[in-house]
Every structure is written in C-alpha cells, then in structure tokens.
Design a protein around this ligand. Structure first.
Ligand SMILES: [Zn+2]
Length: 206
C-alpha cells in the first residue's frame, strides 16, 4: 500500500512537470525555427536584382504572398524561388541587332558571314562573338547583366535552319543564365541550375 502511494505521487509529479510543457509548447516550438524580420533580406535582394538585371522588371511585393509562413528560412527561400520564377518568366525574343562600323570588320568577314555546308560555324566565329560582345558593352541582351566575354553566349537571332547567317546583326549576346533559359525544355529544372538562384540563396538566413 505504501509502495502504491509512492507510485501515485511519482505519477503526479511526472504529469505536473508535463503541464508547463503543454502550456508553453508554442514557445518551445518557436525555438526550433527562426523568426524575425526579413526586411534586410528583401532590401539586399532588391539592390542585387535592380543593379544586376536592369532589363528585368521584378515585382518586389511578391513577399506578401508568403506573409503566413513563420519560419524565416522557408519564407526567404520561397521569396528567392519567386524572384527566380519572375526572371525565367520574362518574355524575350531573339531579334536582329545593330551593325558595327565597317572599319571594325576584317578581311574575309563578308564571305564567312554566309552559311557554310553542314551548318558549321565559320573559322572567325570567336572574332565575331567578341565583336558582338563589344557592341553590347558586355551586357546580356535579355536581362542586361554584365557578362565576361568567356562566360557570355553568342546565339543566332535567325537560326541557321531558317537561313540565318553569321553576320554580326544576327549574333545576340546573352549571359549564361539567359541562354540556359532560352534553350531550356524544363524551366523548373533549369531554375535550380542558374547562377541567379545560387547568388540569391546565399542571402537566405543561415
Ligand atoms: Zn541574361
């Protein structure tokens, strides 16, 4: 009988100690995820996006869609995904570009501009790409970001199969992200593969 009473007492103590846990469960749960302001994160994203991608019109109010998300890391990740999707969704068409001054052209330019058999690129392709890159001051035609010559991609506005040649007017300079998007069959898979996604995710609260 004495033993039974002790068990009852211990049982009572166990239950009593669980009550505050139950009452304060929300407070305790909060410690597992990070809460706080995303103001600095949003400002940081805005400065980065506006200064690096002047041709893309981002909607910076998209964060309002994720107001109810309490975990700051999840919220910021959702906002990054939104920005990336906006970047991908930007309408764009490859179009003919400006000519460059005749004196900047080189010997064999005209002859090499015409389509060659087997759809091969002309021998002076690298020179053409560089001339087009210089014409654009190293900026991507789609998003406006500055891109190094080595990282840039030169695409034909009018495809070879449609009779497009290698004349400079037909060469468009894109950054690697935009060229991936244009060629992509699966935009969502491409989204994970973009430098933009990588750079924005670095800003998400660790
Ligand atoms: Zn671009």
């Amino acid at each position: 009988m004495v033993l039974d009473l002790r068990f009852v007492f211990i049982g009572f103590l166990v239950i009593a100690s669980l009550i505050p846990l139950y009452i304060y469960r929300k407070e305790i749960y909060k410690r597992f995820y990070k809460t706080g302001s995303i103001k600095a994160f949003l400002k940081d994203c805005e400065i980065y996006l506006v200064s690096n991608f002047p041709k893309i019109s981002f909607d910076f109010n998209c964060y309002l869609k994720y107001e109810n998300e309490k975990d700051i890391r999840i919220k910021e990740t959702l906002i990054v995904e939104d920005f990336v999707n906006q970047f991908i969704a930007q309408e764009y068409e490859l179009t003919t570009q400006n000519s460059i001054a005749k004196e900047l052209l080189w010997g064999g330019y005209e002859a090499n501009s015409r389509l060659i058999k087997d759809n091969k690129r002309p021998t002076d392709w690298a020179q053409r790409k560089e001339a087009a890159w210089n014409r654009e001051a190293g900026k991507c035609n789609r998003c406006g970001t500055k891109t190094k010559l080595i990282d840039s991609q030169a695409l034909l506005a009018k495809q070879m199969k449609d009779g497009g040649g290698f004349n400079l007017e037909n060469i468009v300079i894109l950054c690697s992200d935009c060229s991936k998007i244009i060629r992509s069959e699966n935009k969502q898979r491409t989204a994970k593969d973009l430098n933009l996604t990588y750079n924005l995710m670095k800003k998400v609260e660790a």
